[in-house]
Write a protein that binds this ligand. Structure first.
Ligand SMILES: [Zn+2]
Length: 437
């Protein structure tokens, strides 16, 4: 090979300089590129409890990432290495979880426990037990477990260490990539953008494995802050969302003359410019259906601005935080497909509104649940029709059947469901969910 001088090794790689904050295009100065690229992963810190081996590997990865400015190939190596650390993190977490003992359920025999002191022990034992068709006991379940990446992921899900429906699809994609890295069959080159994304995803995954959700995260976001807000609308289709405290000041000038605005008080994800998690569907609010992307709780209304203000002053409701992942929705198909409903709302329906086929679906967003049910009408689209994870989307089917069957499936997933009966309130204009009875 060609021997390069130290000076040449320290020179920026032209390819790396082509990536700037706006994507490809202009060239960055080497010092700007060095800072810009490091900033992409600067926030990916691991939580305190993470196992030392996983932590060391991850920190090494972050160190190496910075050298991508000098050598573009580093980004591909970082991406590959991240996928291997993904498996290392699962193994390390498994060892902590089992605390030295793994238990298998053997067909027609008593459970047997083994002492393990390394992941090699786990792997050897799991191999042997798999041949005997024994299953690993995880909490109150028994799962197939051969110690390989795919089963490790299922173990982490069964043990409740990983959560979210969309993140599950990403975990699967990462596992496929990891297998590709272990057995490459072609040419793959990562850009700094992809490498940074992989490092960010890896940090979120490791932190989640050790019990720490990521504030503002993409895969395992921490619960979102909800504030008390007032939604209002008038007869000509205008809608507003304002924080509750804004009601103390007079409304916008043009509205002072017409007091036609209706107001409802809700608890909702506030609009934060630039936030990853914004409720783009807030103006679709409906007490009957889950037509906003994030859980929006009805508190009061409808009524005038003064009435809303008086209620707020008397009750002084407060914000809270909410985990929106892994929600359960009920989708009613009665002549046509209706928008997803909260189980508690469905539980409060009168008898004559319980007709048709009902689908209990677990998803992070109501649109995911709806898209799955709609898609499952077309057999060629590959959506699951039986209970289980859908191979074609990020939904999990709990049950399809009668109202009672679907509601029971929801209760099995969530625990007892307290029926609620809310006044019928909805904002009049709808872009995303126009087809509601
Ligand atoms: Zn599906």
């Amino acid at each position: 090979m060609e021997i390069r001088s130290l000076e040449e090794l320290c020179a920026a790689d032209d390819l790396s300089l082509a990536f700037n904050p706006y994507g490809l295009g202009g060239r960055m100065k080497p010092e700007d590129a060095a800072e810009f690229q490091q900033r992409q992963i600067a926030d990916c810190d691991l939580t305190a409890g993470v196992a030392a081996g996983t932590r060391d590997s991850f920190e090494r990865l972050r160190t190496v990432f910075a050298y991508g400015v000098l050598c573009y190939d580093v980004y591909t190596i970082v991406g590959d290495q991240a996928l291997l650390i993904y498996e290392q993190a699962l193994r390390d977490r498994f060892l902590e979880w089992c605390a030295g003992t793994i238990t298998f359920r053997v067909p027609q025999a008593l459970d047997v426990s083994y002492t393990v002191s390394s992941y090699d022990d786990v792997k050897k034992r799991a191999d042997r037990m798999t041949r005997q068709r024994a299953k690993l006991v995880v909490a109150n379940q028994a799962i197939e477990f051969n110690g390989m990446l795919h089963r490790l992921r299922l173990w982490a899900r069964t043990a409740g260490l990983l959560r979210g429906r969309r993140s599950r699809a990403v975990e699967e994609a990462l596992a496929r990539l990891r297998n590709y890295v272990a057995h490459p069959s072609g040419h793959r080159v990562d850009t700094p953008v992809e490498a940074a994304r992989t490092v960010q995803d890896l940090a979120e995954l490791i932190n989640q494995l050790w019990g720490q959700a990521t504030p503002g995260g993409r895969l395992y976001p921490a619960p979102l802050r909800r504030e008390v807000a007032v939604l209002s609308w008038n007869g000509s289709g205008r809608a507003r969302m304002e924080p509750a405290h804004a009601l103390a000041v007079p409304g916008p000038m043009e509205d002072q003359e017409d007091d036609e605005y209706q107001h409802v008080v809700v608890r909702a994800i506030p609009f934060v410019p630039g936030s990853r998690w914004d409720d783009a569907h807030w103006s679709e609010f409906d007490t009957r259906y889950e037509t906003t992307r994030f859980p929006t709780d009805y508190l009061w209304g409808p009524g005038t601005r003064e009435e809303a203000q008086a209620w707020l002053e008397q009750e002084r409701p407060e914000g809270d935080s909410v985990d929106f992942t892994d929600r359960v929705f009920l989708v009613q198909d009665h002549g046509r497909l209706l928008p997803p409903m909260r189980p508690a709302v469905a539980a409060g329906l009168p008898d004559d509104e319980r007709l048709g086929v009902w689908h209990a679906v677990r998803a992070d967003f109501p649109d995911d649940a709806f898209a799955h049910v709609r898609g499952s009408g077309d057999r060629s689209a590959g959506h699951a029709r039986r209970p289980g994870n859908c191979p074609a989307c990020s939904a999990e089917v709990l049950r399809s059947g009668s109202y009672d069957q679907a509601l029971r499936a929801a209760a099995a997933a969530l625990g007892p469901i307290q029926a609620v009966q809310l006044p019928s309130v909805r904002l009049p204009l709808s872009t995303f969910w126009p087809d509601r009875p």
